[in-house]
Design a protein around this ligand. Sequence first.
Ligand SMILES: [Zn+2]
Length: 107
Amino acid sequence: MSPTFSCPNCGGTLEYTGQAAQTGVQTISCGYCGNLVAVPNELWQPIEDAKTAQTVNQWTKYLLIFIIVVFVVPTCLGVIGALLGIGGSIIAGIVGIFTSLLPFLFK
Ligand SMILES: [Zn+2]
């Protein structure tokens, strides 16, 4: 729901939709008398703050992606590499045992 305020000229109820913030002009035209009315700062500010919060959110997202790429991916690759190393050692060990048992099996 958009915040509302009274037109200082005609007293009509004006709705602040945030359009003024997007165009960079802190005035909207009154729908009743057509006057250009300055948007009160207390209405102007929260929308600007919301925008800032959104930007911060975006940076948090980028930071998260950065952390994943720089830390999580190499860690996962390291773990996979370690598991493959362990698996390789176990297979090599089994092959080694069978190889050493072969002369006894075919005696
Ligand atoms: Zn008015």
